[in-house]
Write a protein that binds this ligand. Structure first.
Ligand code: FES
Ligand code: FES
Length: 197
């Protein structure tokens, strides 16, 4: 009997285990959408350029269109469907809703997953490419609009809802345990930054 060309893979998604038989070339994105009906994660470019397919793998932002499903075996995968707690939206989801951080909404699941990780990365003191003082003792830099834009720059929005998205990320960050240092009026701060640029 010829060897099977399919592989068995166990995916831990939003706290549930799923055992699938997949072609080893299947991306995590296609496994989520086509095999598990988790269609919250969107396919935009399918080549790692737009961020629409962003999910969290072990808490880190991952482009699921570039990740093979078999390589995600036994990792903790969180999709946009797994962020809310029962009827209570995740603070980032709530902020996007309250502040109109979406227009068509196609990029929104990826933006929200990225923002969740951005807030955690910032609270953990990770610098970005625009952080002025990267010494560990300097602690997390203020999460200014410039920092948010840089940290979210892998997620494109064709509708141009960026202003509201930046405000939503800032508000959710300010409400999170490590959220100190977010400017109170992020819109004003952003305008000042843009004027100075
Ligand atoms: S669909 Fe994955 S980055 Fe665009
Ligand atoms: S809200 Fe439409 S692409 Fe972002």
């Amino acid at each position: 009997m010829p060897p099977s060309t399919f592989s068995s893979v166990t995916l831990n998604i939003n706290g549930e285990k799923h055992v699938l038989s997949v072609d080893p070339r299947t991306t995590l994105l296609d496994a989520l959408r086509e095999r598990l009906d988790l269609t919250g994660t969107k396919k935009g470019c399918d080549q790692g350029q737009c961020g629409a397919c962003t999910v969290l793998v072990d808490g880190r932002r991952t482009l699921s269109c570039l990740q093979l499903a078999v390589a995600a075996e036994d990792r903790e995968i969180t999709t946009v469907e797994g962020l809310a707690e029962r009827e209570r939206l995740h603070p980032v989801q709530q902020a996007f809703l309250d502040l109109d951080g979406l227009q068509c909404g196609y990029c929104t699941p990826g933006q929200i997953c990225s923002a969740v990780a951005v807030i955690e990365e910032h609270a953990a003191g990770w610098p970005s490419a625009v952080t002025d003082d990267v010494r560990p003792e300097a602690g997390p830099p203020p999460l200014t609009p410039r920092e948010i834009r840089e940290r979210m720059s892998g997620n494109l929005c064709r509708c141009g809802a960026y202003v509201s998205i930046v405000e939503a990320v800032a508000r959710a960050a300010a409400e999170s345990p490590g959220g100190a240092g977010v400017p109170e009026d992020v819109t004003t701060a952003g305008a000042a930054e843009e004027a100075a640029a």
